[in-house]
Structure formats: C-alpha cells, structure tokens
Ligand binder design. Structure first.
Ligand code: NAI
Ligand code: MG
Length: 505
C-alpha cells in the first residue's frame, strides 16, 4: 500500500460510490458539525466540540458541537415555542402527514449517503446500514398515515350528558438514543412524536451523532417549522442528564442500558415526566428438535452476529434440547466460522467493528468470564487485527443459565448455547432472566409454537424466524428491559395523553 502509484490511488478513489463521495464532501464542508436549535445550526454556548471516530480505522471523522445545560435550555425553549405556535399546533393533521411523507422521500433520495455515513460513524456493514435506511423511510411513511387517524372517543352515556375523550400530544419530548442503530432509533422516536403533534429535542449517542445531524438537515429542507425538531449532540452525563432533569420537558423516551434507564427514571421524577424506556436484553432463542434445523441454525448465527451483536433484541441465549447440543454446537460453529470480519465497506463482510475500544474490551472481558466460568469455548474469542475494534464471532457451548455470560447483556458477537430437557424446562430457563425484550421459538408443532409464545415473558416473540420486523409491530420490554413500546399503534399511545370531557346537556 505504501508504494501505491498515483494511478492506483485514483482507481481506488473512483471505486467509491457517488454517495460515499458526497459524504466525504459533507464531512469536509465545515470545521465542525453544529447543533440544531430553533431552526438554526449553532455552536455550543461553551464553544466546545467533541470528536466522533470511525471504529473501523480509529480515525476522527468530524468534530461535533458539544451540548451542555445552556444548550439544552435553549433547545427546550425553542421546542416549547414551537409546540405553542400556530404553525405547528394549529395545523391540520393532513399537513403533518405531508411533512412526514416528505421526510420519507428525502431519506430515500439520500439513501446511499445516509448508509455510507452510518457505516463510517458506527461501523456496521454497508448492506446492513442500507437495509436500516430503507427501514427509516418505511417508519416515517407508516407514521405519516397516523395523524388523520388519532381518534378520541364518544363515550356511552344517558341523554342528559355528553362525554367524549380527546387524544392530545404530550408537549415537548426529550429523546435520547444509543449508538447501535442510530438512524432507525431516531426515526422510531421522531416519526411518532411529530405524527402526534409534539415537538422534540433529541440527543444522539456521543459515539454516533452524524447521521442524526444529516437526517435533521434533510428534515429541515422539507420546511418543518423552526423548533419542532432540535438536535443536541453531546454526552450522557451532561447534555443527557440536563435534558432528563429539565422542568420544561414533558416526556422522555430513552434507548440504552438498563443501568442508565434506572437513573433516568429517578431524575425524570422531578416534574413527573412521562417516560418510555427501551433497555437491554438477553433474549432466548429456542430450538426444538422438530424444527427446520438448517434454517434455525443459520438464523441463530445471523442473529447473534448481526451488527456484531450490538442489537438489543439479539438472540444471545440459544437453547437446544440436550440430545441436539453437540450437533447444534458443531454446526453453529461451522456456519459462524464462514462469517467474514472486516471492512464494513466490503460486500462479503458480515461483521464490522464494535463501536469503541471500551466496548471491545468489555466484550473480551466477557469472553474471559465465559472461559473461567466453565463454559466450553467452541469458536472465536479474540480480537481481529490491531486497528479498529474487530472481534471474531464467538460461540460458547455447555453453558448453564446461571453463568455470567448467560445472565448479562454482552452487546458483542458472543453466543451462549444452553441445553434443555423439555418444554417446561426451557420455558422456565428462558424466563429465568432479569430481562424480557425478545425471544423466539422454532418448532413444526403449531400448538407448541403458540403455547411457548404465550409462556415467554418478553415484549416480542418470533416463531420460526428471528429479528424480522415491521413498523406495524411494537417492540419493548417486560421486566428490566423497560416499559412503554415503540413502533406500531402503541407508539401513538406513548406520545399522546387523553382528556375526558364531560358536559351536562
Ligand atoms: P448508555 O446507556 O450509557 O448510553 C445510551 C444513551 O444514553 C447515550 O445517548 C448516552 O449519552 C445517554 N446517557 C448516558 N448517561 C446518561 C444520563 N445520566 N442521563 C441521560 N442520558 C444518558 O450505554 P453505553 O454506555 O453507550 O453502553 C453500555 C452498555 O449498555 C452496552 O455495552 C450495552 O450492553 C448496553 N446498551 C444497550 C442498548 C440496547 O439497545 N439494549 C443500547 C446501548 C447500550
Ligand atoms: Mg463514531
């Protein structure tokens, strides 16, 4: 590489897509990326910036304005003004529909750019980010249909009275996201919040602020009134903390770790904010011997390796019946060994890097815990290379449900294969966790499929598949995976409140 000729350098440059070239121009177009407050792109009051890096190369991508409490104050004030202005609260639901449809179109017409930027900032394979961008457009389009359908009710009563229920927006929503699927999370919060007539202040994760900022630029271009959407990049303890504690915020929607979720619940109590929490998981993926094993095992690998395991609903506890344990382990390891770890821009890459050095160290420490805890390491367990935060697909077998690697969310490409005796045993073990985000059951016995689906204590159950989604279907947690739901009609519930009106005639 070091003695590459100018000719081969330009050949390499021409190999990047038009979208990629636009992203590089966008990154170079300013000294630092600013925050969006009240329809204006501004620096932090403190003038501070922070770096966001490319986790594949460990190189800086951009400096980004770093919000703190003064910026949060300004953003919340702007969101309040927008919420109360006739240009937002006074418009018809049809107009909100048109805004959301235009946002979906803008996302689609910039899909290549957004996918490349997501891959640069987060490290996810380009095929994965492209699929996520398509999902983002679909989420905006799904919620675009809602404003004209958010009905109240007329309530049954006698002829002397008239009772009805209005469904109204919450007001100013504080939205806080994690770094693992930044654009999808932004869409999952912004789209229903705006569909219901709220205004929002969004803090993207400090590791991945760029696509949210670019999405906000696109949203600005559709002519949304100033202050309806504000973006304040920054850190959790400062910008995030100030947003959650702010007396001018009516609702908080948070995606991230269970530990921070608990803190958020406490600090939001100051003014009784309505809170929805989308937290961690340790989801059981249950394969019965009568399942389509080829499909079940291939999907089991895809789900624990997808986004390098940095997915809240990943199926990280794989339950197989005792008689199948050794065969399943061997086949899982064989399939996972074919998964290429490498540059997320290579078409055949299945696993890009983890998000950060800290996350990589955390994941590798769980590998040590698995080995010292008595599980059998059947594949992987090491870092790949010494530049970028790449970790091999890692499979532990003969895991018991009480081991640390079976109890804690690892958020990396690490699978625990746990044997079970029978249906009762696996339902008990599957539910024996403090989490309850997702789950799956694989079987050809239709009665068993639905019986187990009812028995599992999780916000999502897949039958004979994993990780497929649709904006019509909600997600969210039982137990310490949080509360409130995102997507589907339940997000409309989460971003509205009801008012009963009683009139004596
Ligand atoms: P985190 O929960 O600290 O961060 C998530 C978001 O919350 C970020 O935007 C962060 O800036 C913000 N935040 C942090 N502290 C805050 C506070 N006091 N007030 C308000 N906002 C705050 O997660 P982190 O440290 O990035 O990841 C640590 C672990 O959490 C991961 O290894 C993983 O196990 C888990 N995690 C789970 C996710 C999920 O979707 N289930 C997503 C991200 C992390
Ligand atoms: Mg980054």
């Amino acid at each position: 590489m070091s003695n590459a000729s100018p000719a081969s350098a330009s050949a390499a440059a021409s190999a990047i897509s038009a979208g990629h070239r636009k992203v590089l121009e966008w990154l170079e177009s300013s000294d630092s990326k600013r925050m969006l407050i009240g329809g204006k792109w501004v620096d932090a009051v403190s003038g501070k910036t922070f770096e966001t890096i490319n986790p594949s190369t460990e190189e800086r991508l951009a400096y980004v304005a770093e919000a703190d409490s003064a910026d949060v104050d300004a953003a919340v004030a702007a969101a309040r003004r927008a919420f109360e202005s006739a240009s937002w609260s006074g418009i018809s639901p049809h107009a909100r529909t048109r805004y959301l449809l235009k946002i979906a179109d803008a996302v689609e017409s910039h899909a290549d750019e957004l996918a490349v930027l997501e891959t640069l900032d987060n490290g996810m394979p380009l095929s994965f980010s492209a699929a996520r961008v398509a999902q983002v457009a679909e989420i905006f389009r799904y919620y675009a249909g809602w404003p004209t359908k958010i009905y109240g009710t007329t309530n049954p009563t006698d002829s002397a009275r008239f009772i009805y229920m209005l469904r109204e927006p919450m007001g100013v929503c504080g939205l806080i996201n994690a770094w693992n699927v930044p654009l999808v999370m932004a869409a999952m919060k912004i789209a229903p919040a705006l569909a219901c007539g709220n205004t929002a202040v969004l803090k993207p994760a400090e590791q991945t602020p760029l696509t949210t900022l670019r999405l906000a630029e696109l949203i600005e271009e559709v002519g949304l009134p100033p202050g309806v959407l504000n973006i304040i990049p920054g850190f959790g303890a400062t910008a995030g903390g100030a947003l959650v504690a702010h007396p001018g915020v009516d609702k908080v929607a948070f995606t991230g770790s269970t530990a921070i979720g608990k803190q958020i619940l406490q600090s939001s109590a100051s003014n009784m904010k309505k809170v929805t929490l989308e937290l961690g998981g340790k989801s059981p993926n249950i394969i019965f011997p009568d399942a389509d094993l080829d499909k079940a095992l291939a999907t089991a690998v895809a789900t624990f390796c997808g986004n390098s395991g940095q997915i809240c609903s990943a199926g990280t506890r794989l339950f197989v019946q005792e008689s199948l344990h050794d065969e399943a382990t061997e086949r899982i390891a064989q399939i996972a060994a074919t998964y290429k770890v490498g540059s997320p821009f290579d078409a055949d890459t299945k696993l890009g890097p983890l998000i950060s050095a800290r996350q990589m160290e955390r994941v590798l420490s769980y590998v040590d815990a698995g080995k010292s805890g008595g599980a059998r390491l059947s594949l992987g367990g090491d870092r790949v290379g010494n530049r970028g935060y790449f970790v091999e697909p890692t499979v532990f077998s003969s895991v018991s449900n009480d081991m640390k690697i079976a109890r804690e969310e690892i958020f990396g490409p690490v699978l625990s294969i746990i044997p079970f005796k029978d249906e009762d045993d696996v339902v008990f073990k599957g539910n024996d966790t403090e989490y309850g985000l997702a789950s799956a059951v694989w079987t050809s016995d239709i009665a068993r499929a639905h019986r187990v689906a009812r028995s599992l204590k999780a916000g999502r159950v897949w039958i004979n598949t994993y990780a497929e989604g649709d904006p019509v279907m909600s997600m969210g947690g039982y137990k310490q995976s949080g509360f409130g739901r995102e997507l589907g009609s339940e997000s409309i519930d989460a971003y509205t409140q009801t008012k009963s009106v009683y009139m004596r005639l």
